[in-house]
Ligand binder design. Structure first.
Ligand code: 5GP
Length: 133
């Protein structure tokens, strides 16, 4: 059965899209630790990130770097942090978190409530920035 992320990539489940290229897709995390918390996902569905073939792994890293730069340009933050957890959704992904406090990098920290309108505004801004990188 397709993962929830494969369904998002296929457009079967809605998301706040951030970026896409031939191999990867990025969208806002639905339960963000910080404004702009983004998930970067390879289109190829593999559970564990360190089981990806080298080519896909490197494509995901390079894609995440571009998305991080777009986040840096658009979201006020100290830095964009990067996390790999993967215990909730069995489809490899990298969390990118534009943090204003280091505690926002802890996956166990409280999640933010961000209204749909603001999520869309964030996604639109980052999407535009990504296109210009
Ligand atoms: P992990 O697998 O790295 O522990 O966490 C998976 C992440 O995916 C969580 O931060 C969770 O909020 C996010 N997530 C789970 N389901 C959905 C979904 O349907 N849409 C979006 N945008 N994010 C999701």
């Amino acid at each position: 059965m397709a993962s929830i992320f494969s369904k998002i990539i296929a457009g079967e489940i809605p998301c706040y899209k951030i970026a896409e290229d031939e191999h990867c897709f990025a969208f806002l995390d639905i339960n963000p630790l910080a404004k702009g918390h983004t998930l970067c996902v390879p289109k190829k569905e593999v559970d564990y990130i360190f089981d990806l073939d080298d080519g896909t792994f490197l494509q995901l890293q390079a894609f995440s770097k571009k998305v991080a730069k777009a986040l840096d340009e658009t979201i006020p933050c100290i830095r964009v942090g990067s996390l790999v957890i993967g215990t909730e959704v069995p489809h490899a992904h990298i969390h990118l978190i534009p943090f204003q406090r280091e505690t926002q990098m802890a996956i166990t920290s409280a999640k933010m409530k961000i209204e749909a309108e603001e999520m869309k505004a964030i996604a639109d801004k980052v999407y535009q920035a990504f296109k210009n990188i």
